[in-house]
Design a protein around this ligand. Structure first.
Ligand code: DUT
Length: 148
């Protein structure tokens, strides 16, 4: 397990610093930060503030995932499925929560709304070519394997 220091700035004094729920939790919980509770109408999306900006190290990204409990019990999950926080982003971390349930849902300030996983990534240097190498799979995809 790799742990390193990450600078984080409170844009709102009431913001809560992300926290890991258990010793080996991969995602740090992100907390809502707003003056008033926000209601997300059934089937709609609201941008929820965290009141935080973060300095993710170069070569790493922050991935904003749903919290299983919130998604499965209340139908609230990021509209973009997985948010990507770039290492050079200095704006506020926002969570676009979509209400997949059929009732309106209210988020209180201080509630855990998503989880942030910090992960290394590689970048590609793309070269245009006329032919790609041969493989057994070839162009098969979208359920092409395991057919009887
Ligand atoms: O759930 C998210 C997703 C993104 N961001 C911030 C951090 C990220 O670095 C920035 C841009 O995100 P992204 O690259 O996904 O957005 P885009 O739609 O491609 O816009 P841009 O042209 O600004 O990159 O927005 C969030 O705060 N929350």
């Amino acid at each position: 397990m790799t742990t390193f220091d990450i600078n984080i700035k409170k844009l709102n004094e009431n913001a809560t610093i992300p926290s890991y729920g258990s010793e080996f939790a991969a995602g740090a919980d992100l907390y809502a930060c707003m003056e008033e509770p926000v209601t997300i109408v059934a089937g709609e999306t609201q941008f929820i503030h965290t009141g935080l900006a973060i300095e993710i190290p170069a070569g790493y990204a922050g991935l904003v995932y749903a919290r299983s409990g919130l998604a499965c019990k209340r139908g609230l999950a990021p509209a973009n499925k997985v948010g990507v926080i770039d290492a050079d982003y200095r704006g506020e971390i926002m969570v676009a929560l979509h209400n997949h349930s059929n009732v309106d849902q209210t988020i209180e300030s201080g509630e855990r709304i998503a989880q942030l996983v910090i992960t290394p990534y590689i970048t590609g240097c793309f070269h245009t070519v006329d032919e790609l190498s041969d493989t057994v799979r070839g162009e098969g995809g979208f359920g092409s394997t395991g057919r009887k």
